[in-house]
Design a protein around this ligand. Structure first.
Ligand code: PEP
Ligand code: MN
Length: 337
């Protein structure tokens, strides 16, 4: 249930509403929008059925939210959420590009790719330090060493860092280096991990589980936001279907659908979405036309030598051409890159 306050409500009236909810064993979540203050009642709201909140001073209306996700729903917050990270915005007019190798393989390689990306206007460098690999015998990432390389490149280039957290025990370590903490597809429903990142200050890029519905993705986002971290970026990265020509099936319809259902920013990862470098540019372009707020794209200086996800990684030259095309499209759809 959400309680919409009158535009002219006082702080005292707001506090009274909060106390009333707490008296009934519920938690109040206050959302201070540009035009409206909205209070979300968290807990078993059946209790409130008999409580006439609507007649309390300062309250405009009380609305049940029928969806199972509440805080992340558009009903709760009609305005788009814009997440600010060190001066860059995610979710506004500008489409942000998160690019870089699948995994940090060495300091030299990371520097090489970052130096190719930075002049192209890429503000966020992605790169895995802890890699969730299907085989225990595959490259697992360089761990802390990779985080240190990322930090060094951040200092050298000013690019901000996006890297994956797989284990709640690494939260402090990863947060020390990451500007945005990524939760991968395999962990979208790792509820302990979601609760953990719900309690950090850093924004979280939450990837859709490869077999997760849109509703499940939003419920996972709700886990994080309900803990107090409202800085969640959703990421469509392809889902499993019967098709085998592509690694996954990139669900482009998820973009406009998510934009309807939630106020959170939506980013698309065409690299994991299709798993083939030759298809990545077309899917990246389609994603921004469909309304994506950002793109996550794997780029490797020599994909044939990559320790993970080489077949889906663009070479810097290919990526540069794509950036030109994306800029032209962004202009037509009244956005910026
Ligand atoms: C990645 O971004 O490198 C990654 C492992 O992504 P996903 O969790 O979507 O497979
Ligand atoms: Mn990858």
């Amino acid at each position: 249930m959400i309680i919409v306050m009158k535009p002219e409500h006082t702080q005292e009236e707001l506090q009274k509403v909060v106390r009333r909810l707490e008296d009934f064993g519920l938690r109040a979540h206050i959302s201070q929008g540009e035009h409206r203050t909205i209070v979300g009642a968290i807990g078993d709201e059946q209790i409130l059925r008999e409580v006439p909140l609507e007649s309390m001073p300062g309250v405009e209306k009380v609305m049940p939210i029928l969806k199972p996700y509440k805080l992340v729903s558009r009903e709760f917050k009609p305005d788009d959420t814009i997440i600010k990270v060190n001066g860059y915005s995610i979710g506004g007019k500008r489409i942000q590009i998160f690019a870089g190798p699948c995994a940090v393989e060495s300091r030299e390689m990371l520097e090489e790719v970052a130096k190719a990306l930075r002049p192209l206007g890429v503000n966020f460098l992605r790169g895995g330090a802890f890699k969730p690999r299907t085989s225990p015998y595959s490259f697992q990432g360089l761990g802390k060493q990779a985080l240190e390389y990322l930090a060094r490149v951040r200092e050298e280039t000013g690019m901000l860092i996006v890297t994956e957290l797989m284990d709640p025990r690494d939260t402090v370590l990863v947060c020390k280096y990451a500007d945005i903490v990524q939760i991968g597809t395999r962990n979208m429903q790792n509820f302990k991990l979601l609760t953990e990142v719900g309690n950090i200050e850093k924004p979280v890029l939450l990837k859709r589980g490869m077999s997760a519905t849109i509703k499940e993705l939003l419920m996972s986002a709700e886990y994080i936001v309900s803990q107090g971290n409202e800085k969640v970026i959703l990421c469509e990265r392809g889902i499993r279907t019967f098709e085998t020509e592509t690694r996954n099936t990139l669900d482009l319809s998820a973009i406009p659908l998510l934009k309807q259902l939630t106020h959170l920013p939506v980013v698309v990862d065409p690299s994991h979405g299709v798993g083939r470098a030759d298809l990545v540019p077309a899917m990246a372009k389609a994603a921004i036309v469909a309304g994506a707020d950002g793109l996550m794209i794997e780029v490797h200086p020599r994909p044939e030598e990559a320790l993970s996800d080489g077949p889906q990684s663009l070479r810097p030259e290919e990526f540069s051409k794509l950036m030109d095309e994306l800029r032209r499209i962004a202009h037509i759809i009244d956005r910026e890159i």
